[in-house]
Design a protein around this ligand. Structure first.
Ligand code: H2P
Length: 830
C-alpha cells in the first residue's frame, strides 16, 4: 500500500540523513579537500586559521545544498513570501551556529579532533560580521534564525558593508575607532552572484510626456550604480529549510555613460567611476540622532531599489498579473531606514509597469508593514527636501503627490484644523523643508508596530498620537524576542544540558514556553547545585578573559554585575558608575570588621560610543579612571573591581552573558523601546536590575516582581519630573559622588567636568540620574542581600530562566506572520 511504501521511503531518507550527519570520515575528506583546493595549502600542513577556513567551506557546501533545495521548493510552491528589509544585520560568527543548526556539531568536533584540531579554537578564528550597531541589527539577525527554523518562506535584504561597525580600541582609557576590515581574510559564508545585478539610478531630471492620453514621467538619471548580490545562507534549526540573506554591494555600472570613456581621458573616466563603490562601503555608526548625510540616503535607496527589482523579477517568474503582488509578497520595513522603498515601489508600478495611481497605491499600501524602534522623536529620520529632490527627483514628486492626497483626506475629516494638518503632514515646513520618513511610513504601510507593550502605548499616546486617532486599526504591538538557539543552547551548552535533563526533552529549543516546567524543580537541591556549578564554570571562563584583556584578576565568588550595550546617556551607564563610586566610598569608610560583611562584586561595563558622541566617550574614560583607582586600592582588594570589556560585539556577548549574575537595564523609563539584552540575560539565569522600561516590564510580568530588582521613576512620572528639573535638589549621596569626580579623585579633573555638568548643572539631568539615585542604591542593597543567600539566588536564577519563554523570537515571528504579513509556513520535505 502507498502509505506503507511512503513510510518506508521516509525512514530510509531519515537513516540516510543520519548516516551522512554522522559520517566523520566524509567530513574529514571534505575539510582536507578544501585545505588543498580552496585554501591552497598542503594537506599535511595547515594552521588553525586555515583549518577554520577549510572547515567553513565544507560546512558551506552543505548549506548551499540545503539552500538550493529550499529555494527550488519555494519556487515550486510559490507561497506568499516575506522580505525583511533592514539596513542592519548583526550576524556575529557563523561556523558554530551553522553546524549546530544543521545538527552536525558533534560530528564536526570529532572529525576535527581526529585531524588534530579543536573546534572551540577554530571557532575563535572567525571574524564577527558586524553589519549593525546594536539591538536593531541583532534583532534582525535573530528574526532570520527564527524565520528559517519556523519554515517561513522568508528572505532578508540588506547592504554588504565593506566596513562593519568600527572596532573599538582603548588607549589610556579613551575610545579610538578603527576600521573593521572584516572581509580582508575572505568570507566563506557568502556566495557572490556575479550575474544577479541591477542598475540603481540617482540624480538627474524627470521628463514629462503624454502617453495614451495620460501624463507619463520618465526619470533620466545622471548617475547609475550596479548592485551585485551576495547570498548568505541562513539554516534553520531542526528543519531542512535554509533561507537567504541577500546583501547588495555597489559596483560601477558598465553600461551607463559609456561615452565618458570616449573622451580620450580613459584613466580618469575609470577613476571617476570608482566612487560608486563607496555607497556600500561603510556602516553609519548610530548616534541616535538624525544625521542627514546624502550618502546615507543613497545607501537606503540603493538597497531597497535593488531589492525591489529582485523581488518583482522573482514574482514575475511565476505570476503574470502585477495586481497579485499583494497575495505573494509582504515587505517589512525595519525602522524608517528602508522607507524610501514605498516610494520606489510606487514609481516602479506607475512609471515602469504603467499602472494608474489608484491601482499602484492600492498595491503599495497593502504590501508594506513598518516597525518603529525608538521612543524619542529626535531620532526620527527627516530628509531635507533639497537633498531628497536632488538625489531622487522623481521620488520627491511622488512624495508630494502622496502628501497632497493625504492632506485632502485629512481636511475632509478635520476641516481647517491647520495645527493638526501641519503636525501630520509628510512634509515638515520651516526654514528648511524636510520629508518626515516615519510619517511617510505611517501613511503608506498596512500596519505599524512597536517593539514592547510600553513602547507601543507610548507610540499611540505620544509619538504618533494623531495617527493613532486616525487609524487605530493600523497599530499593533510585537514584543521583541531573541533566538534561544544562539543565545542559550549554543553559547551556554552547560546550562542547556541541565535544562534538557530536567525537562527530559530538548524540545524547548523550538518551544521556549516549555522552560516554565523548570518551576516544578526550583526547590530541588540537586538542580540548584548543578545550576550553580555550570554558572561558576562560565564565570571562570570569563574571569580568564578579563585577566587577559585587562590584567585584572577577579574572584569567581564575587557577584558578576554586568552592563553591556551601546553607550548612551539614556541607557545611563553613568548612573551605574556613580553607584560604583558610592560603593567604593562606603567600603573605604567602614571598619575592617564591617568590610567582612560586604558582598564582593566585579562590575563589568562594555559598549561602543558613537564616534562623534563626546559625552558617551567621556563615560568610557570615566569607567577606566574609576577602575584604575579602585582596582589598585589595597583597602578594597577583591571587594570591588571594575573592568571595561573593549570592542563589545556578538562574540563577546556570547561569553559574557552566560557568566553574569546580575545585569543592568537601567534606562530612564520611557526611553528604551524594548531592549533585547535583558531577554538574553534572563534566559541564561542572570538576574535583572532595571527600571520599568521597555521589555523589563513584560519580563517582570513573566518572571515575577520578587525575582527582579526594579527601581526608579515610572514612565508616566518622567515628563513631570523633567519639567521640574530646575527646582530639583539631588540627594546628598548623589552630590557627594559627583563631587568626587569633580574634585579629581579619579584624575582627569578637567576632562570630566562636562560630563558632570550633564547631571548636576542647573536644569540639566535630562535623564533623571539624581532623581533615581536613592531608589537605585536601595535596589543595589537588595541585590547584595539576595546574593548573600546562595539558595535564594539559585532559586531566583532558575525562575528567571523558567519565566523567559515569552522572549523567544520564534514567538515574535509567529505574531508578525499571523498579524502583519499573513504568510504560511512552507517546509521542505527531506
Ligand atoms: C534599538 C532600541 C532598543 C530595541 C532595539 C530592537 C534601536 O536598539 O533602542 O530598545 O530593543 O532597537 O528593537 P539599540 O538601542 O540596542 O541599538
Amino acid at each position: 500500500p502507498a502509505a506503507e511504501q511512503k513510510g518506508r521511503t521516509d525512514l530510509l531518507f531519515k537513516l540516510m540523513n543520519q548516516y551522512l550527519k554522522n559520517d566523520v570520515f566524509s567530513i574529514q575528506k571534505s575539510i582536507v579537500n578544501h585545505v588543498e583546493y580552496t585554501v591552497a595549502r598542503s594537506r599535511f600542513k595547515f594552521d588553525d586559521f586555515e583549518a577554520y577556513q577549510a572547515t567553513s567551506y565544507s560546512v558551506r557546501d552543505r548549506l548551499i545544498e540545503s539552500w538550493n533545495d529550499t529555494q527550488l521548493f519555494f519556487k515550486d510552491k510559490d507561497p506568499k513570501r516575506i522580505y525583511f528589509l533592514s539596513m542592519e544585520f548583526l550576524m556575529g560568527r557563523s561556523l558554530l551556529n551553522s553546524i549546530y543548526n544543521l545538527g552536525i556539531k558533534d560530528t564536526y568536533a570529532e572529525a576535527l579532533r581526529q585531524l588534530g584540531f579543536d573546534l572551540e579554537v577554530l571557532v575563535e578564528q572567525e571574524r564577527d560580521a558586524a553589519l549593525g550597531n546594536g539591538g536593531l541589527g541583532r534583532l534582525a539577525a535573530c528574526f532570520l534564525d527564527s524565520l528559517a527554523t519556523l519554515d517561513y518562506p522568508a528572505w532578508g535584504y540588506g547592504l554588504r558593508y565593506e566596513y562593519g561597525l568600527f572596532k573599538q580600541v582603548i588607549k589610556d582609557g579613551f575610545q579610538h575607532e578603527r576600521p573593521d576590515y572584516w572581509l580582508n581574510f575572505g568570507n566563506p559564508w557568502e556566495i557572490e552572484r556575479v550575474h544577479i545585478t541591477y542598475p540603481v539610478k540617482f540624480y538627474g531630471k524627470v521628463e514629462e510626456t503624454m502617453r495614451d492620453g495620460r501624463k507619463h514621467f520618465e526619470w533620466i538619471p545622471s548617475e547609475m550604480v550596479e548592485a551585485v548580490a551576495y547570498d548568505n545562507p541562513i539554516p534553520g534549526f531542526d528543519t531542512n529549510n535554509t533561507i537567504n540573506l541577500r546583501l547588495w554591494a555597489a559596483k560601477p555600472s558598465s553600461e551607463f555613460n559609456i561615452q565618458s570613456y570616449d573622451t580620450g581621458d580613459y584613466v580618469n573616466a575609470i577613476l571617476n567611476k570608482q566612487h560608486a563603490e563607496t555607497i556600500s562601503s561603510v556602516l553609519y555608526p548610530d548616534d541616535r540622532t538624525y544625521q542627514g548625510k546624502e550618502l546615507r540616503l543613497k545607501q537606503q535607496h540603493f538597497f531597497v531599489s535593488a531589492s525591489l527589482q529582485d523581488i518583482i523579477r522573482r514574482f514575475k517568474d511565476r505570476n503574470d498579473n502585477i495586481n497579485d503582488l499583494v497575495n505573494k509578497v509582504a515587505l517589512q520595513i525595519n525602522d524608517t531606514h528602508p522607507t524610501i522603498g514605498v516610494v520606489e515601489l510606487m514609481r516602479t508600478l506607475i512609471d515602469d509597469e504603467g499602472l494608474d495611481w489608484k491601482t499602484a497605491w492600492g498595491i503599495t499600501t497593502k504590501v508594506f508593514t513598518f516597525t518603529n524602534h525608538s521612543v524619542v522623536p529626535e531620532v526620527l529620520e527627516k530628509w531635507p527636501v533639497e537633498i531628497l529632490g536632488n538625489v531622487l527627483p522623481r521620488h520627491l514628486q511622488i512624495i508630494y503627490d502622496i502628501n497632497f492626497l493625504f492632506l485632502e483626506d485629512l481636511k475632509k475629516k478635520y476641516g481647517n484644523d491647520y495645527d493638526r494638518l501641519a503636525r501630520m503632514s509628510i512634509i515638515e515646513e520651516g526654514e528648511k523643508k524636510s520629508v518626515r520618513m516615519a510619517t511617510l511610513a505611517l501613511v503608506t504601510c498596512q500596519t505599524v508596530n512597536g517593539v514592547s507593550e510600553i513602547h507601543t502605548d507610548l507610540m499611540k499616546s505620544m509619538l504618533f498620537k494623531d495617527f493613532y486617532e486616525l487609524w487605530p486599526h493600523k497599530f499593533q504591538n510585537k514584543t521583541n524576542g531573541v533566538t534561544q538557539r544562539r543565545w542559550l543552547a549554543f553559547s551556554n551548552p552547560g546550562l542547556g544540558d541541565i535544562i534538557t535533563k530536567w525537562l527530559e526533552t530538548d524540545a524547548w529549543m523550538k518551544n521556549l514556553d516549555l522552560l516554565s516546567d523548570l518551576r516544578k524543580y526550583v526547590d530541588d537541591p540537586h538542580l540548584q547545585e548543578e545550576w550553580l556549578r555550570v554558572r561558576r564554570q562560565n564565570k571562570s571562563r570569563l574571569a580568564t578573559y578579563i585577566e587577559m584583556i585587562s590584567g585584572v584578576k577577579v574572584s569567581i565568588d564575587a557577584l558578576f554585575d554586568v552592563q553591556v550595550k551601546r553607550i548612551h546617556e539614556y541607557k545611563r551607564q553613568f548612573l551605574n558608575i556613580l553607584s560604583i563610586i558610592h560603593r567604593y566610598d562606603c567600603i573605604k569608610n567602614i571598619s575592617p570588621e564591617e568590610r567582612k560583611k560586604v558582598v564582593p562584586r566585579v562590575c563589568i561595563i562594555g559598549g561602543k560610543a558613537a564616534p562623534g558622541y563626546e559625552i558617551a566617550k567621556k563615560i568610557i574614560k570615566l569607567v577606566h579612571a574609576v577602575g584604575e583607582k579602585l582596582n589598585n586600592d589595597p583597602d578594597i582588594g577583591h571587594l570591588l573591581k571594575l573592568v571595561f570589556v573593549p570592542d563589545y560585539n556578538v562574540s563577546v556577548a556570547e561569553l559574557v552573558i552566560p557568566a553574569s549574575d546580575l545585569s543592568q537595564h537601567i534606562s530612564t523609563a520611557g526611553n528604551e523601546a524594548s531592549g533585547t539584552g535583558s531577554m538574553k540575560f534572563a534566559m541564561n539565569g542572570c538576574l535583572i536590575l532595571g527600571t520599568m522600561d521597555g521589555a523589563n516590564i513584560e519580563i517582570r510580568e513573566e518572571i515575577g516582581h520578587e525575582n527582579m530588582f526594579i527601581f526608579g521613576a515610572r514612565a508616566n512620572e518622567v515628563p513631570k519630573l523633567r519639567a521640574q528639573r530646575k527646582e530639583f535638589q539631588p540627594p546628598r549621596e548623589f552630590r557627594r559622588v559627583v563631587g568626587m569626580i569633580r574634585n579629581g579623585v579619579f584624575g582627569h579633573q578637567e576632562h570630566f567636568q562636562a560630563l558632570c555638568d550633564t547631571v548636576d548643572g542647573q536644569g540639566e539631568d535630562l535623564y533623571l540620574l539624581g532623581n533615581d539615585f536613592l531608589s537605585y542604591l536601595e535596589a543595589q542593597e537588595a541585590v547584595d542581600k539576595a546574593f548573600a543567600d546562595r539558595n535564594r539566588w539559585a532559586k531566583m536564577s532558575i525562575l528567571s530562566t523558567a519565566g523567559s519563554g515569552k522572549f523567544s523570537s520564534d514567538r515574535t515571528m509567529k505574531e508578525y506572520a499571523e498579524q502583519s504579513w499573513d504568510i504560511q509556513t512552507c517546509k521542505r520535505p527531506l
